[in-house]
Design a protein around this ligand. Structure first.
Ligand code: FES
Length: 96
């Protein structure tokens, strides 16, 4: 499975295990959730108002395009949220 983002340099930090739609994934401590997801997937979530997927736009907390659901019921902006160990991201069936 190929992600939309690719690391250009090795990043220090402890491995952070999390899941995307139940599938195990790994990020690095200090990664934003948007990077953690898009290193593994091509989209963050299904678009709720039409066909297609969303992958964020501004990357600075302004456009609201990167909201993702978590299995614990929270909704977070992926571009302003650090990935945490055990986070369980729910994409709503976004294309991998
Ligand atoms: S990508 Fe625009 S608010 Fe997160």
């Amino acid at each position: 499975m190929s992600g939309l983002f690719h690391r250009l340099a090795t990043r220090a930090g402890a491995p952070v295990p999390f899941t995307i739609d139940g599938a195990p994934a790994e990020a690095r401590a200090g990664d934003l959730l948007i990077a953690a997801i898009l290193l593994h997937r091509r989209a963050l979530r299904r678009f709720e108002f039409g066909p297609g997927d969303r992958a964020g736009y501004c990357l600075m907390g302004a456009c609201q395009d990167c909201w993702v659901g978590l299995a614990d019921g929270r909704r977070v902006r992926a571009c302003t949220t650090l990935v945490e160990p055990g986070m369980a991201v729910v994409t709503g069936g976004a294309d991998a």
